[in-house]
Design a binder for this molecule. Structure first.
Ligand SMILES: Nc1nc(=O)c2c([nH]1)NC[C@@H]1CN(c3ccc(C(=O)N[C@@H](CCC(=O)O)C(=O)O)cc3)C=[N+]21
Ligand SMILES: [Mg+2]
Length: 282
């Protein structure tokens, strides 16, 4: 029997709690505010950004939604970031990735003040995370840790295998699992014997960007399987990196796509915004 972890339900619960915290902040004349910058017309990014601004609205976070044309220069974005870094009424700044090719994503990420970096992507925040003294956590890995908490999954001493080493998911996920005392293996496209390594996992986090890549052969009976993927299959249907039908029944726990990790990412983004706003009180 596989427990399907419900990201819609858990994120809803978290957002309800955040709404109360937003109300408290407003009573103290702080309006939690998040700047969301989207450059270009990528349809998937438009969906994600809309989901973020909608969640902000539900909670009572003021979302400053900035849409810029594909032709925007790097200097223009850097100017905008400098403006909001200096604006004390703004608590969080997010620039949606990916950015158009003529813009250097690292320079943009590094321009955002670490104290307003709701994504947790800034190298300073990455450093704090790796030293187990986090200031802001990357939202997707953070949301995955919240799943473990909700479903009473103790990762201490467990074999955790992360497939993927991106700066936004794989690497910070490994750090969070290590901070939580798991035994962590990070695998990637050059890993030899991936299937054999994955089969040893008590906790398997899949973030490779290849639709339905991980089937039951990669999964140990009873393992916790977390699917970070967001892909369109040949029929245009949204699928994860895990072959859900194949793994369902073998895993102990499994996240679906959609309604799994995606909504948790957004909930953690909102939580980080509220936390930054609360810090502004002190
Ligand atoms: N600076 C930055 N911060 C991010 O947090 C960030 C980013 N850039 N770039 C892209 C990724 C991806 N991401 C998602 C957020 C929500 C859903 C989401 O809401 N998913 C829904 C369904 C979405 C759909 O229907 O397509 C679900 O899984 O149920 C998915 C993916 C945030 N990201
Ligand atoms: Mg994917």
């Amino acid at each position: 029997m596989t427990v399907i972890m419900n990201g819609n339900e858990l994120s809803k619960k978290i957002k309800e709690n955040l709404r109360l915290r937003a109300t408290k902040l407003k009573e103290q004349n702080i309006e939690p505010s998040l700047v969301v910058v989207l450059v270009g017309e990528d349809p998937a990014s438009q969906v994600y950004v809309r989901n973020k601004t909608r969640a902000a609205e539900q909670i009572g976070i003021n979302a400053i939604d900035i849409r810029l044309p594909e032709t925007t220069t790097e200097a223009e974005i850097l100017d905008l970031i400098a403006k909001y870094n200096a604006d004390e009424t703004v608590h969080g700044i997010l620039v949606q990735l990916p950015l158009p090719k003529h813009i250097n994503e690292d320079r943009i990420t590094q321009a955002i003040s670490p104290l307003k970096d709701v994504d947790g992507f800034h190298p300073v925040n990455m450093g704090h995370l790796f030293m187990n003294e986090p200031l802001a956590l990357p939202c997707t890995p953070h949301g995955i840790m919240e799943f473990f908490k909700e479903y009473n999954i103790d990762v201490t001493g467990k074999n955790a295998v992360v497939i993927g080493r991106s700066n936004i998911v794989g690497r910070p996920m490994a750090a969070l699992l290590l901070n939580a005392n798991a035994t962590v293996t990070v695998t990637h496209s050059r890993t030899q014997n991936l299937k054999e390594i994955a089969r040893e996992a008590d906790i398997l986090v899949v973030a490779i960007g290849r639709g339905e890549f991980v089937d039951a052969d990669y999964v140990k009976e009873g393992a916790v399987v977390i699917d970070v993927g967001m892909n369109r299959n040949a029929a245009g249907k949204l699928v994860g990196d895990v072959d859900f039908a194949s793994v369902n029944g073998k895993a102990g726990y499994l996240t679906p796509v959609p309604r799994g990790v995606g909504p948790m990412t957004i909930a953690m983004l909102m939580q980080q915004t509220i936390e930054f706003a609360e810090r502004s009180l002190n």
